[in-house]
Ligand binder design. Structure first.
Ligand code: AGP
Length: 580
């Protein structure tokens, strides 16, 4: 993971990089740091924790026109000052920030760098010393060091005697932009918004050199290459204004708008013109991680329900090591908010390299996943900042529903339009929040589509409130987990399918009989005794996964904030998981 940002030019770049890092903080917030030119020397400032801590270390009068910066999500080496980036070569002439993993760093360290006294446990310090050890110009050294590396990197490199910043990219995102004030590199495009009109997206195994005015691009043999600039749209994707205390709250509340926007994009603007091309596929295989895996589970259900086509769903980190039997008649669908998740990308590469058809369902324009796939079905959640995915999930679910309906030829546009016009975000009552936050042992249960909502509801509560909870199929409870149910247990039950209402009520009875407490979320009045009831708005059954998840997002948010936790930045996590 990690975010990198660097800037060079005729004016002070310290605060440009600092502001860039703030926008990249979603990529990790274990530590951060900058390296900058100061009177012919490279100086470094680092800090543990959020960027605001780094900001406190930086004097308002600090000036430098050559700065590289980093915000870290720890992989190699614990969270510590020593392990924070930037890292310097032993001779102090080179400074490096790095997003990615040098998988063979131990071999490199032992075989090629045995004379170096390392100050940190990071693979990045190995890399910067490896670069310093190579022969030739700085660019040649960089290219040569990268050829020895197994793994992924997006990196920015300074040499103390050159008014330049060197860049390299493999499997981690990196883009660059220039204007009359200088050049900038960043892990994502939002950093450029408002300052640059165009930017260049670097491809794997490309290198670049930025100076005060220009950016030159090179291939892995050091041969100059030309690249086309793309326009940075003044899009809501870069929008980060937040009047709420937390982004997560803003993003939960935005979901009705996201549904409206998605309907407009697919039914009025007709942004995707290839639905007919997708009808030929006999089956669909969805691959994703985390929350995107949950929306993929629903996507598969929608395709099966409306198109009667066989579907499979795989967790990306498993799929990539499976002995997969792939089929020409199958479309492989990769669902990812960021489009940068390493496991999902690895799977897309495996499938695409073997010549099978692929589709990305992504929320970030120009992300790496989109480059790999035959089709791109965009979601329109807008930029999601909070680590816990909320509006990106509902955007994925609604988009996958539209996909299924468009492929099936069913004319549900009026129903979807009505939903997009009337779906409102409702917060559960304070007494429900108080009730739930009194429990430390919580199970979420549901059947079929509600089982998926249970999984997603439990994930939200785990990741932001650190509650040890579990989402599961209602019918599975009695096969083991019921043994854990006692008077201190809360079971949050979802029931949005009329045909399964009585089955869910039986599951509720099983819990009540063991002294467990029940919170039921349903659009149907309960016929059994429950401790707390959250009525859901009534829409067609296939829309209820969107309706049902919203109160669970609110409950997780409220639980976390009651504990004094920052729901936007849960411990140990980062928004975009660009390492395996
Ligand atoms: C969501 O709340 C999680 N933080 C996480 O599971 C996330 O959905 C997962 O890492 C996949 O990310 P992606 O959608 O960007 O691929």
């Amino acid at each position: 993971m990690c975010g990198i940002c660097s800037a060079i030019g005729g004016e002070n770049k310290i605060f440009e990089v600092l502001n860039g890092l703030k926008k990249l903080e979603y990529r990790g917030y274990d530590s951060s740091g900058i390296a900058y030119f100061d009177n012919g020397k490279i100086k470094v400032i680092k800090s543990i924790g959020e960027i605001k801590n780094l900001e406190k270390e930086i004097d308002n009068s600090l000036y430098s026109n050559n700065v590289i910066g980093h915000t870290r999500w720890a992989t190699h080496g614990k969270v510590s000052f020593e392990n924070a980036h930037p890292h310097l070569s032993q001779d102090k002439r080179y400074a490096l920030v790095h997003n990615g993993i040098v998988e063979n760093f131990e071999t490199l360290r032992e075989k090629l760098l045995s004379d170096i006294d390392f100050l940190s446990q990071t693979d990045t310090e190995v890399l910067v010393n490896l670069i310093a050890k190579q022969q030739g110009s700085t660019l040649q050294k960089l290219i040569s060091a990268c050829s020895l590396v197994e793994g992924s990197f997006a990196l920015c490199l300074q040499h103390e005697k050159e008014q330049k910043i060197y860049l390299a990219k493999r499997k981690s995102p990196l883009m660059v932009a220039k204007n009359e004030h200088g050049c900038m590199a960043s892990s994502d495009m939002s950093v450029f918004a408002g300052r640059f009109e165009t930017c260049y997206i670097m491809n794997d195994n490309e290198f670049a050199v930025m100076d005060n005015k220009n950016i030159l691009f090179f291939d892995k043999n050091g041969k100059k290459i030309e690249k086309n600039a793309i326009f940075i749209k003044n899009c809501d994707f870069c929008e980060e204004n937040n009047s709420e205390k937390y982004f997560m709250l803003k993003e939960i509340k935005e979901q009705s708008l996201v549904i409206k926007r998605t309907f407009f994009k697919y039914f009025v603007e007709n942004v995707f013109l290839q639905f007919d091309d997708l009808k030929k596929y006999k089956s669909f295989h969805f691959i994703a991680c985390g929350t995107a895996f949950h929306s993929a589970l629903l996507g598969a259900r929608f395709i099966q329900k409306f198109c009667h086509k066989k579907c499979e769903v795989s967790v990306a980190s498993e799929f990539r090591y499976d002995d997969n039997v792939l089929s020409k008649k199958c479309l492989y669908v990769f669902v990812s908010q960021s489009g940068e998740t390493a496991d999902t990308i690895a799977c897309a590469e495996i499938v695409a390299n073997r010549g099978f058809d692929t589709m990305a369902v992504t929320n970030v324009p120009y992300c790496s996943l989109n480059n790999l796939t035959k089709f791109v079905l965009p979601t329109f959640a807008g930029k999601e900042v909070a680590v816990a995915s909320t509006k990106a999930y509902t955007a994925q679910v609604f988009t996958l529903l539209i996909l299924a309906l468009k492929i099936s030829g069913h004319n549900y546009s009026q129903i979807l339009k009505n939903f997009s016009n009337t779906f409102e975000i409702e917060k559960p009552d304070e007494n429900v929040v108080n009730f739930v936050s009194g429990f430390k042992k919580i199970f979420f249960i549901g059947r079929q589509q509600d089982y998926v909502t249970s999984l997603e509801g439990a994930l939200k509560l785990k990741e932001i409130a650190y509650v040890n909870c579990l989402g599961m199929a209602g019918g599975e409870l009695k096969h083991g987990t019921l043994a854990l149910v006692d008077g201190q247990t809360l079971v949050i039950a979802l029931s949005t399918q009329f045909s399964l209402k009585e089955k869910m009520e039986s599951n509720i009875q099983e819990v009540k009989a063991r002294g467990g407490k029940i919170l039921l979320l349903s659009q149907f009045e309960p016929m059994v005794d429950v401790d707390m009831f959250v009525p859901l708005a009534k829409f067609e059954e296939f829309l209820m996964p969107i309706v049902g998840i919203v109160p669970l997002q609110f409950l997780a948010f409220a639980y976390a904030t009651k504990l004094g936790l920052n729901p936007d930045k849960p411990r140990n996590l980062a928004k975009s998981v660009t390492v395996e």
